[in-house]
Design a binder for this molecule. Structure first.
Ligand SMILES: [Zn+2]
Length: 327
């Protein structure tokens, strides 16, 4: 197998390790964020209660004003009653005074109810304030622990990326850039094995010509359907090489021309594959959807995916070992 492909497989394994850390960090950070959200909700609650208290106090002030007005009215009526010229006028003034007295009684009742309400609100306000204090303390502690734990993971990530950098140094930078471009949309399936002559990224069959090219060419090959970087599954490679040995018995110059072949293959595929994949993803994706849906019927896509992934990992791990005796 091409050494760039071997290194890319190693790099993609490292990237998988790194991307597995992302949900870990998110879960830890969520511990803190959920508490901050809870505190924000309590702030809303306490603000609402304080507004209720303000409203109740305003209603009390209005009732007190009504009491004062009615008291004044009663005093004025008293004067008028003292000077009343007839029994009829006196009865009318007395009735009016009675209404004002009723209004005062009603206003006093309302004030008593509102004061009871305010006591209730204040009790709730204190409860929430206590909760908020406790939660604020807890948030402080959680923040320290979250920062510590995230720090540990970030250290792990740093060493993972250091490892990546060491391998990346052995690969042409253009190939790395090409791989990173694919990784933007293909994530952890940017470089996938061919299984039973199908791309295990999009599950579409690779035609014979490209398949034979892939076996013979010592260069980076991409899936013509989805644009992922392809490599041969170990078993398929062994079987296909066996089959090809018979056909290409005369062309046994591979070892001697390996170096120059690799270079020319690289430069030619780099340009063409980069161009084709730059345009590919959008159209390839739509094509992939319908075709993989069809193939899902026969292969049960989820099962195939998981096995494809595990084999990808296995192959990726075992592939470098296999390459050493050849080199
Ligand atoms: Zn594909």
């Amino acid at each position: 197998m091409n050494s760039d492909v071997l290194n890319l497989i190693k790099i993609s394994e490292i990237d998988k390790k790194a991307s597995a850390k992302e949900p870990e960090i998110a879960a830890i950070e969520e511990e803190l964020e959920s508490k901050v959200r809870e505190l924000n909700n309590l702030e809303w609650d306490i603000e609402e209660i304080r507004n209720d208290i303000k409203k109740s106090r305003l209603e009390i002030a209005n009732s007190e004003l009504s009491i004062a007005e009615n008291n004044e009215k009663i005093a004025q009526l008293d004067v008028k009653m003292a000077n009343a010229k007839s029994e009829r006028e006196l009865r009318a003034l007395d009735a009016e005074s009675g209404i004002s007295k009723e209004k005062i009684t009603f206003a006093n009742q309302i004030i008593a109810e509102l004061e009871a309400k305010i006591d209730n609100f204040k009790e709730k306000e204190n409860e929430i304030a206590t909760k908020m204090n406790e939660l604020s303390e807890l948030i402080k502690e959680t923040r320290v622990s979250v920062n510590e734990r995230v720090g540990v993971i970030q250290e792990e990530l740093k060493s993972i990326f250091d490892e990546k950098e060491v391998i990346a140094k052995n690969i042409d930078n253009k190939i790395i850039i090409f791989y990173e471009k694919i990784r933007k949309w293909a994530k952890d399936t940017s470089i996938v094995p061919i299984k039973k002559q199908a791309c295990s990224g999009c599950f579409i069959r690779i035609n014979d010509r490209i398949f034979v090219d892939l076996i013979n060419a010592d260069a980076i090959t991409t899936c013509p359907h989805c644009g992922r970087i392809l490599y041969l599954d170990k078993n398929d490679e062994v079987a296909m090489r066996e089959a090809l040995k018979g056909e290409n018995a005369t062309k046994s110059t591979k070892d001697s021309s390996k170096d120059s072949g690799a270079k020319s293959a690289k430069s030619s595929t780099k340009d063409s594959s980069a161009k084709s994949t730059a345009k590919k993803p959008s159209s390839a994706k739509s094509a992939t959807k319908s075709t993989s849906a069809k193939s899902a019927k026969s292969t049960k896509s989820s099962a195939t995916k998981s096995t494809a992934k595990s084999t990808a990992t296995k192959t990726a791990k075992s592939a470098p070992k296999k390459a050493t005796p050849k080199a």
